[in-house]
Design a protein around this ligand. Structure first.
Ligand SMILES: [Zn+2]
Length: 260
């Protein structure tokens, strides 16, 4: 369970602190202290009240069908990307130079991260066409994939294109993009000549997958989520297998939008 620890000066007041925890690792915006699994602060009457954190969960977004942009879970996605890095899956953010050739619609949920080979290929395509390519989606975290998958399954947020189950999309491995619908014909040929597969499937015309990496790393996004969940919910551990089963589905639903 996450508990408010308060500012650093309070740590010494807790006798169990030094024996059970090394340091906090999740800062809370607007507070000088940290959040961390903790079991003794409740005994301290001088503890400050828990910070006010909104009660948004992935499940509540699906239930309300709002917000429809997966941008709502960008902080959690950043944590999943970092965890994927620990698993050896490299995702790189767009550099300022690459942004001259690639526009990522962050507010629409585009993460700005991608497999480095796929990203280089994309820059090459844009340079060849002498045009900036606009993307609605690049790498996608398992949390983002969950939202889109559930939006599609429940008929929310006008999610009409096919969505893979979490752990199964080439987006989650950082090897797929979605372009804007009206620009598909502009980019399709140029992308295909640079090893991007299309259409995949024909019912999802905005989607292109980078051939050499394709879905190889997809499940690691979900494994990264499962590892994070277990680290922050030791009392309700789930399998770290990259499989979207009932327990993982329930864990995703309960996960805070802002992560941990
Ligand atoms: Zn796609």
């Amino acid at each position: 369970m996450l508990e408010w620890l308060g500012p650093w000066t309070l740590y010494g007041a807790c006798p169990k602190f030094h024996s059970t925890l090394a340091c906090c690792d999740t800062s809370v915006p607007g507070y000088s202290g940290c959040m961390r699994v903790y079991d003794c602060i409740r005994a301290s009457p001088s503890s400050p009240p828990p910070p006010k954190i909104d009660n948004c969960t992935l499940g509540s977004i699906v239930q309300k069908g709002s917000p429809c942009s997966t941008d709502a879970v960008s902080r959690l996605s950043g944590q999943i990307a970092a965890e994927m890095g620990k698993l050896g899956v490299k995702l790189v953010p767009l550099s300022s130079d690459q942004k001259k050739h690639i526009e990522c619609l962050y507010k629409e949920g585009c993460s700005g991260r991608m497999n480095p080979d796929a990203l280089s290929s994309l820059v090459k395509v844009a340079k060849k066409k002498k045009k900036r390519i606009t993307l609605k989606s690049m790498w996608r975290s398992a949390a983002q994939q969950y939202l889109l998958y559930r939006f599609h399954a429940t008929g929310k947020c006008d999610q009409k294109y096919v969505v893979d189950r979490p752990g199964n999309s080439a987006h989650e491995g950082g090897a797929a993009i979605d372009v804007k619908r009206e620009t598909v014909s502009t980019w399709a040929f140029a992308l295909m000549t640079e090893h991007w597969k299309w259409p995949l499937p024909s019912s999802d015309p905005v989607h292109f997958a980078y051939q050499s990496t394709s879905k190889a790393h997809s499940k690691y996004s979900l494994i990264a989520f499962q590892r994070l969940w277990n680290r922050h919910n030791p009392e309700s551990r789930i399998a770290e297998d990259g499989h979207y089963g009932k327990e993982t589905e329930a864990a995703l639903s309960k996960t805070p939008c802002k992560g941990w």
